[in-house]
Design a protein around this ligand. Structure first.
Ligand SMILES: [Zn+2]
Length: 221
């Protein structure tokens, strides 16, 4: 099981440069093994192009290294704090993707103006208070701002997304950056109307029930 999780965490880390969400070695993906409670995370300071399954680090929720020869990401404490607070989360993705982070630089939420992202998140993308990068306080800021949701910007820093798997968290990070870019472009041409809260919630429920290959097969017409 842990070997399968390592492969998933490796693949999802590689999605970050593939989707232009990161540069150099910045950003990271982790995944939690539900059986053992152990977390697989990217090693610190290693470029994405040099990552391998063997270079990933396995830690317990207290941060003890269980497997791996490299030091875990400097953001490991943040990931572990989030896992401890959120039992529903088994995957976390962190990036400094430029359009989303430009909202974080201004301490602004990304408003709920585009259905592709509101279908996934059921709300706008909140921005947290300032917290020092790399410190556990960033985990607290994410938990506070996300308020049970799947994404938060951290003021003056970047993006944290959470999911039931590393794959879901990374998918959200990819679509979040697309939404941030499009919203930014739209705002350049003037004010943009936010979607009504009830409509966002209705569409989110519909998406949760119908997206993908599981769940209901019949499409309402
Ligand atoms: Zn960061």
């Amino acid at each position: 099981m842990l070997e399968r999780l390592k492969l998933e965490v490796l693949e999802q880390n590689l999605e970050l440069p593939e989707n232009r969400l990161v540069v150099g070695s910045g950003g990271n993906v982790s995944g939690r093994d539900r059986e053992t409670g152990l977390v697989v995370i990217k090693p610190s300071g290693v470029k994405f192009s040099r990552l391998s399954k063997e270079s990933l680090v396995v830690v317990d929720l207290d941060g003890n290294v269980i497997e791996g020869v490299m030091k875990p990401s400097v953001d490991t404490g943040i990931h572990l704090y989030i896992y401890k607070q959120r039992d529903d989360v088994s995957g976390i993705t962190h990036t400094h993707s430029p359009y989303a982070t430009s909202f974080a630089a201004r301490g602004e939420n990304i408003p709920a103006v585009l259905t592709p992202i509101t279908h996934m998140l059921g709300r706008d993308i909140p921005c947290s208070r300032y917290a020092t990068a790399g410190e556990v306080d960033t985990g607290r800021a994410v938990i506070e701002a996300a308020a049970g949701g799947k994404a938060a910007l951290v003021k003056a820093h970047g993006v944290f997304t959470m999911g039931s798997s590393a794959t879901e968290a990374t998918n959200i990070a990819i679509y979040l950056e697309e939404a941030a870019k499009t919203t930014h472009l739209a705002l350049l041409r003037g004010p943009v109307e936010e979607l009504p809260k009830e409509e966002v919630e209705r569409c989110y429920q519909w998406f949760c029930e119908n997206y993908g290959q599981s769940g209901r097969k019949k499409v309402d017409v």
